[in-house]
Design a protein around this ligand. Structure first.
Ligand code: NAD
Length: 294
């Protein structure tokens, strides 16, 4: 099995920063990379804040916090990531973006480096085919928020070898997470089930069956969901939800996966949910209370 000590995380958005945090907390040396220096600054502040909270709540000592921070570095250049033992790609959910990242990484990669992607829906086999090492490439799908959620889906591409798979199983265990295995089909297991449910909630809103508040209250109180589906969509990011529906629609060619036109409209407006301050709820109020937008 490959020994993993150094990790490069590409994309410092809501997932990448959480992934970097849990790897650093678990003893790995982590470099977090993003093309946006704003995203890197926000990620660094966010991770510090989370670790401070862990200390205040007694989950971590002051010394552990300092050690974790000491294992994290940040940068906008991709070249230094090439020498790492493991890459976790977690940039924007667009195939062209991910392909361009792997292609720009290739000339700098060490022979031993394992490549993984946190894609929510895209074909692992197709992404792997854009690299020089499809046998050492696989899907490592974390859940949001990464420090809290226990699951990681492990997805082999058609060429992924057993050593890579076993190595990543060990890594997931060392992170304190539970791995489940999914085949490489559009959106894997969790999002194949979850995101069409969210899309159906948006149709329910679009067709006027209920408003935002009634749809979320119905599913929380009536189906025992901890978050309503529209609240959850805002949490995931409406662009990511739309992108996953697009992959399901294209990949499975069944009309039940048609993205709701209202979801498309919110994304066109740039109302992407919590990360932009507005989605199915408006989060910009001074009191911090989310206000339904429909
Ligand atoms: P996000 O929009 O919060 O962050 C994406 C980040 O990628 C941004 O900071 C952006 O600057 C960066 N980026 C874009 N192009 C880049 C490039 N060429 N090089 C480096 N960085 C680049 O998105 P997110 O929610 O963190 O999602 C990231 C990935 O994680 C996606 O593949 C998504 O499908 C997956 N994912 C998301 C969730 C979720 O609930 N949001 C859950 C599991 C997996």
């Amino acid at each position: 099995m490959t020994v993993i000590q150094t990790v490069g995380v590409i994309g410092a958005g809501q997932m990448g920063r959480g992934i970097a945090q849990v790897f650093a907390q678990s003893g790995y040396d982590v470099m977090l990379q993003d093309v946006s220096s704003d995203a890197l600054g926000i990620a660094e502040g966010f991770i510090r804040d989370r670790l401070d909270r862990n200390v205040s709540s007694g989950k971590m000592t002051v010394g552990e916090r300092a050690e974790t921070l000491g294992r994290l570095s940040y940068g906008s250049s991709i070249e230094p990531l090439g020498a790492r033992d493991l890459i976790v790609e977690s940039a924007t959910e667009k195939e062209a973006v991910k392909v361009a990242i792997f292609e720009s990484l290739l000339p700098h990669l060490s022979d031993h480096t394992l490549l993984t992607t946190n894609t929510s829906s895209l074909s692992i086999t197709r992404l792997a085919a854009h690299t020089d090492r499809p046998e050492r490439f696989m899907g490592l799908h974390f859940m949001n928020p990464v420090p809290v959620m226990k699951l990681v889906e492990l997805i082999r591409g058609i060429a992924t070898d057993e050593t890579t798979f076993k190595t990543m199983q060990e890594v997931v265990a060392r992170l304190g997470k539970t791995g489940t295995v999914s085949e490489d089909y559009p959106a894997f297991i969790v999002n194949r089930i979850l995101v069409p449910m969210i899309n159906e909630a948006v149709y329910t809103l679009f067709e006027g069956v209920g408003n935002v508040a009634s749809i979320d209250a119905s599913m929380k109180l009536g189906a025992n969901q901890p978050m309503g589906p529209l609240e959850l969509a805002d949490f995931i990011g409406l662009d990511t939800c739309l992108s996953i529906m697009g992959v399901l629609n294209d990949g499975l060619a069944d009309s039940k996966y048609r993205p709701c036109p209202l979801l498309v409209k919110y994304v066109e407006a740039g109302w992407l949910g919590r990360k932009t301050g507005r989605g199915f709820y408006d989060y910009r109020g001074a009191d911090g209370i989310p206000v339904p937008t429909r």
